[in-house]
Design a protein around this ligand. Structure first.
Ligand SMILES: [Zn+2]
Length: 200
């Protein structure tokens, strides 16, 4: 990239660290930005620079949210507040939302039980889940955990923990590729797994 001025080379170099952006793609983006109006460039810079301060996690469910606010799902008065879908990471919420099937709330655990990598019950966001179930008087908890050993162990733990409460505990139907992360499943597959969910 010696043909470019150092500032442009540095930008291209940085862009290649983004997921899905190769050297050629980074070059095209940087060259396109050269033609942008200064205001548009400043807007982009401000949005990126403000990410750590402006985008945080929802205090209720753990989804991404604007700083000082609940997430768009919790804020939406049209969502069914008696159903909570439990996921491992916030990235999975977007995948489930894409299926356009689910209308309830979410709860992000922050991982799954994995004794080998040192992730135990106390490392997961379970206490808040129990508080929310009580506060919302939830009628159904959907365990949308990965179809791998750790995900299923986590589902089994939560299933047992919630036993005896007056609510339905369900899990996704089979059909998600074994060992896969829900985040990368396609919308139709997730929709079918949600629709066919069965009682734990
Ligand atoms: Zn939320």
């Amino acid at each position: 990239m010696t043909q470019y001025p150092a500032e442009l080379s540095a930008l291209i170099e940085l862009l290649t660290t983004l997921p899905g952006i190769g050297k050629r793609g980074a070059e095209r983006i940087a060259l396109a930005m050269l033609k942008w109006q200064p205001e548009k460039l400043e807007c982009l810079a401000a949005l990126i620079g403000g990410l750590p301060e402006n985008v945080t996690f929802c205090p209720d469910c753990g989804n991404l949210a604007s700083a000082g606010s609940q997430c768009p799902v919790c804020l939406n008065p049209g969502r069914d507040r008696t159903v909570i879908c439990v996921v491992e990471e916030f990235t999975q919420i977007n995948a489930i939302e894409r299926s356009a099937f689910y209308r309830g709330l979410y709860h992000v655990l922050g991982g799954k039980l994995s004794p080998l990598s040192g992730r135990h019950v106390e490392n997961l966001n379970i206490e808040l889940l129990l508080q929310r179930i009580d506060a919302l008087n939830a009628g159904e908890i959907i365990l949308a955990l990965s179809p791998d050993v750790e995900g299923q162990a986590t589902a089994a733990y939560l299933g047992n923990l919630l036993q005896g409460r007056e609510l339905k505990v369900t899990r996704l139907a089979q059909g998600l590729p074994a060992g896969s992360d829900i985040s990368y499943a396609d919308a139709a597959t997730i929709g079918a797994a949600l629709k066919g969910r069965r009682e734990f």
